[in-house]
Design a protein around this ligand. Sequence first.
Ligand code: ADP
Length: 259
Amino acid sequence: FNVHSNTLSNAQGERMGTLIIFHDITRMHRLETMHKDFAANVSHELKTPLTSIKGFIETLQDLDESEALTRREGFLTIIEKNVNRMIALVDDLMALSKLERQEGDKTVFEPHDLSAVIKSARAACRTRSESGRVTVKADLSGPLFIPMDTLLVEQALVNLLDNALKYSEPGGEVLIQVAQEKGSALIRVIDSGPGIGQEHLSRIFERFYRVDSARSTDMGGTGLGLAIVKHIVQYHNGTIRVESTPDKGAMFEISLPLA
Ligand code: ADP
């Protein structure tokens, strides 16, 4: 709390009492801490690949010519992997900040059929993941028209499918379930991978929150995928929730209002 006090006097200058104002700055303080944490996280996420790139370049420069020739290929592959990691991070950061700017806009979206978006999200994942299968099960009597930015909703689904595939064992099965409930479309992405412990579930949509940092980074994750999904869903006035039992898999459910 910030506390201000003022003495209250009447017209004759006699003291009548004291006015004390308590200003609750919890929210302000929390936002400030969040901004500082975010900047520290971004710096760390960029510094790690940069340090690695610098190290490999310097080693390559110090090697004599014949050894440099034999090592070059392997070193360049590592350097490229680190550059790609930074590109993915910057792309995700840009997507997040764009979404944050748009969120207050009250955009009116054109209605589009959900099944076309699911189809392209599946196709996008298939080109990235050689192993694993995505099955779609739709329990519907007709098309579901949702007011949406199709590219953004596709991005949200791709992020969920990518996670479901990358955290499962190779060849893991992923199910997309689509249903209609009252005025909303429900889209569930279900996997039978390692799941997420109860203690992590409430923080899983935070930027850079990872259950297993080494594993996520190894898999090319930026730690921003679910934060982006949550912002896309909010931008469409929808909700997202997650259920999981460790060792039995995870289920992410997006609910979007129908046209
Ligand atoms: P990342 O780039 O690390 O995958 P995300 O924001 O997409 O970042 O996910 C945050 C964390 O949530 C991941 O690091 C992982 O620990 C956990 N996670 C997300 N999806 C799943 C899933 N389907 N199964 C198990 N863990 C998951």
